[in-house]
Design a protein around this ligand. Structure first.
Ligand code: THU
Length: 140
């Protein structure tokens, strides 16, 4: 039997605080919509990312992807959870590109949050069912 370890409230709070902190650094001159994300590795490290926009709008990168890319750049590829926060009415939902990047690294928990402290729990496979993955690159 595989026993899945639940993420405790203190860890969720730590992720929320980390994401709130990094959100302050968001570079958003065009949308004015600041987003922060924090990803928790299997070994307990937290890596953060904020959205960084560009005058060439399509080059904008989201907070979630920046947090994951930062973790990977530091040598971590196994994740337990990611939390994303923005000033949205409902807990903010990751865009499709970020869902695809999450799916590359497994089916971990994803916490969606807003500044009011509403936090919703989901997971990668719920956000992106039937995902394209490395198996789809296999030929016969
Ligand atoms: N954005 C994120 O960083 N993450 C999300 O989950 C949704 C959207 C950013 C991209 C852009 O800088 C701004 O929010 C408005 O779309």
């Amino acid at each position: 039997m595989i026993l899945e370890k639940m993420i405790d409230d203190k860890t969720i709070k730590d992720l929320y605080k980390s994401a709130l902190n990094v959100r302050e650094n968001a570079y958003v001159p065009y949308s004015n919509f600041k987003v922060g994300a924090a990803v928790l590795t299997e070994t307990g490290e937290i890596f953060c990312g904020c959205n960084v926009e560009n005058a060439s709008f399509g080059l904008t990168i989201c907070a979630e992807r920046n947090s994951i890319f930062s973790a990977v750049a530091h040598g971590y590829k196994s994740f337990k959870a990611l939390l994303v926060v923005a000033d949205s009415k409902e807990p903010v939902k990751p865009c499709g590109a970020c869902r695809q990047v999450m799916a590359e690294f497994g089916d971990f928990d994803v916490f969606l949050a807003n500044l009011k402290g509403n936090i919703e729990k989901t997971k990668v496979s719920e956000l992106l069912p039937y995902a394209f993955g490395s198996n789809d690159l296999m030929k016969e």
